[in-house]
Design a protein around this ligand. Sequence first.
Ligand code: NAD
Length: 426
Amino acid sequence: MGKDKIAIIGLGYVGLPLARLFATKYSVVGFDINPKRILELISGIDSTLEIDKKTLQSVLVSSSSESNGLFCTNQLDEIKDCNYYIITVPTPVDKNNRPILTPLVKASETVGAVLKKGDIVVYESTVYPGATEEDCVPILEKVSGLKFNKDFYAGYSPERINPGDKEHTVDKILKVTSGSTPQIGEKVNELYKAVITAGTHLAPTIKVAEASKVIENSQRDINIAFVNELAKIFNLLDINTHDVLEAAGTKWNFLPFKPGLVGGHCIGVDPYYLAQKAQEKGYHPEIILAGRRLNDGMGDYIASEIVKCMIKKNIAVNGSKVLILGITFKENCPDVRNTKVVDLVNALKDYGINITIHDPWADEDEVMREYDLKSSKSLPNEKFDTVVLTVSHNEFLELDLNSFKKHVSVIYDVKGVLISKVDGRL
Ligand SMILES: NC(=O)c1ccc[n+]([C@@H]2O[C@H](COP(=O)([O-])OP(=O)(O)OC[C@H]3O[C@@H](n4cnc5c(N)ncnc54)[C@H](O)[C@@H]3O)[C@@H](O)[C@H]2O)c1
């Protein structure tokens, strides 16, 4: 273990916790192209809130030559003597839901520029089966001039962390590993086994490991689409969906999914990666894309349900004031990427509704920059025609929503978590 030196490329929600964990046993260089991110990490601050200051500071070192610890940098020179390169950069989709591999390509070029004989490059970013060997390895070969599986090797180990979840941290989640040859698979597996206390599963090939990750999130997406469809049906039948799910959930093999907005950069994005690869091979996925369509339409659907509740109470919709509680893509997490609350907000705006957004977790500047929406960390000091709970941050569960209501008003619970009487819920 002594001489292994690991570079982690991309220090976001996935890369930083991994770099911190490896740094407890290895010499780790954390590399990110964003100089602002490097500066904050050097000062012990993680704006994603995944790693607290004390934990981060306990591994930070001021030189990349320490025998273990985490050195953060945006300088290519600092990663050139590493022998493991682990790539954890984003894999988003474009506006037509097609995979964007640019960050992976750029990161592969970065690593290719410093690659040496014997090095192993492990990809962690979520991709479609084949991306590592067919899209990334040729870049490594081209930039480095080295030969794959002769001079250097590859691996794939998908990340399973759940941002905001302080219980299932990276070390406590069993990790799938793989390598470009059986021997490299064993090596990659040993590397992760040294820090992942939950253990590892060595998959037979890189493609199997890639496919396993992308189906985990596709499965969740389809299951949520199913309960979203149930919510639409039960609303028409005037049955409380949550009561039905609670009753059905008493059967041992009924899966506990809840209806809702499917945002973020994993569940709502990864199925498109699998769909793209299937389409390239001439197969048009039916269930996967139907699930995507259904889940992507939930913002519009919820908006129409809220408007119906308002009309039933004779509230003039056009020009009314609606308070949105929560803009992040999930609870107790500052991540606003691909949040589907924005779809709901835009659909409500189309009815002429004035929107006020309160979210104690979301960065106000980022919400403005990404969505051109004003969000505030402070509670509003006014009354609204409708209050919508969109994200179940812990703070909201203790709020007295009645204090924001006008005399005649609507409370709509997207998450189905409010105990008090509501006018509508998904
Ligand atoms: N966030 C999650 O919950 C989660 C869970 C499992 C898997 N994943 C997957 O992990 C990957 C990373 O996701 P994330 O949420 O950590 O993304 P992120 O946006 O939080 O972090 C990515 C980091 O990579 C940096 N970066 C981008 N291009 C780079 C380059 N060429 N070289 C160096 N650094 C670069 C960015 O500056 C950023 O700091 C994605 O494929 C994602 O699908 C994410």
